[in-house]
Design a protein around this ligand. Structure first.
Ligand code: NCD
Ligand code: ZN
Length: 332
């Protein structure tokens, strides 16, 4: 038996309507809270949208204790707007325009964002960043490091989160700044580009940023297993219906919510590093974001189960595979 105290998912896509109803309970079962991404069809970029989205999430989670830590989609904000919303958000999420799912309203010109970024620094609102350039797909994250360097260097009091890092270079970069932290997904700890495109193409493993080299994966894995203090778990669970994945023009995103916690336990346990897991799923996030998550004990036991082939319209990460750890209250 393993008891985790208030595990958190610091990067999560819950979508809306039927998809929200389907996926929110699966995150609420595993986690005490999650950072909710704002890239809806209509981006969450006003207090009104944020409040109604949060209400829909809470209602979709039913009776499970689960705090949605809300984010606003980056645009130019005034001081008044930010002051009005400060208590309702954990941060602002910046997407480069067009880089990933529903990011068309993102930033086109990084020279134009200084005024808003400076307000975030002054008001102590963290900036969460999807850090990819529009260059060659395997180099995008590394090319973006120069933008991170400007953000972290020019705004030394701004807390910056490098979302879903996928390279050894990002890890090395991170260690040079004490105002920067990063989220790491489960899939970037497990996959390389070979798993996605080395044999038959695997649309359900296609995501942004794309999985990289074995060296990158192993560097990330080693860092989290050793309890790296700047790394927080963020699943980036990003459900798309099968028809949007199994088609010509596959959407980017891996739906990992139902398997994230059991598979993390399996990974850390297999490496003999279980004591580092609590730090990765709670401690580092609590310290960096200065949050106090609700008390919620999540218990897992060493009993195998087979991951379903589908949840409703969505195929999960590790579908059909046998995992060694399950939730203590799970009917296997
Ligand atoms: C995410 C999505 O589908 O919203 N997709 C993904 O591949 N990770 C967006 C994102 O975080 O890039
Ligand atoms: Zn994401």
């Amino acid at each position: 038996m393993l008891a985790l105290q208030s595990p958190l998912d610091m990067h999560l896509h819950l979508r809306e309507q039927e998809m929200l109803q389907l996926v929110a309970p699966l995150s609420a079962r595993s986690f005490a809270g999650a950072v909710i991404m704002p890239n809806l069809v209509q981006p969450v970029n006003s207090r009104d949208r944020l409040v109604s989205y949060r209400r829909a999430i809470v209602s979709a989670c039913g009776t499970d204790t689960f705090i949605p830590y809300m984010t606003l989609f980056f645009r130019e904000y005034t001081r008044e707007e930010l002051l009005a919303v400060r208590q309702d958000i954990i941060g602002i999420k910046l997407y480069p325009a067009g880089i990933t799912t529903q990011s068309d309203a993102g930033v086109r010109d990084f020279d134009s964002i200084a005024a808003t970024v400076s307000l975030l620094e002054e008001l102590d609102i963290p900036l969460l960043v999807h850090g990819e350039s529009s260059g060659f797909v395997m180099d995008r994250e590394t090319e973006f490091l120069q933008v991170y360097a400007k953000l972290a260097g020019n705004f030394p009091k701004l807390r910056v989160v490098m979302e879903h890092i996928s390279t050894a270079a990002s890890l090395e970069f991170l260690e040079r700044y004490n105002n920067v932290a990063a989220t790491v997904t489960l899939h970037h700890l497990l996959l390389t580009l070979d798993d996605v495109a080395g044999g038959l193409l695997q649309p359900h493993l296609f995501c942004k940023p794309i999985a990289k080299t074995p060296r990158d994966r192993d560097a990330l894995r080693q860092a989290v297993l050793q309890g790296h203090p700047q790394l927080m778990f963020g699943s980036d669970s990003a459900p798309h219906p099968r028809h949007a994945k199994e088609c010509c023009g596959c959407a980017a995103g891996i739906f990992s919510a139902p398997v994230a916690l059991p598979m993390l336990v399996q990974l850390f346990d297999g490496a003999g590093c279980l004591e580092a897991l609590q730090t990765f799923v709670t401690g580092n996030a609590v310290r960096f974001y200065r949050i106090k998550p609700p008390e919620k004990m999540v218990q897992l036991r060493q009993k195998s189960w087979r991951v379903p082939e589908v949840y409703g319209t969505v195929r999960p990460f590790l579908a059909g595979q046998e995992l060694q750890w399950s939730f203590a209250d799970q009917d296997n």
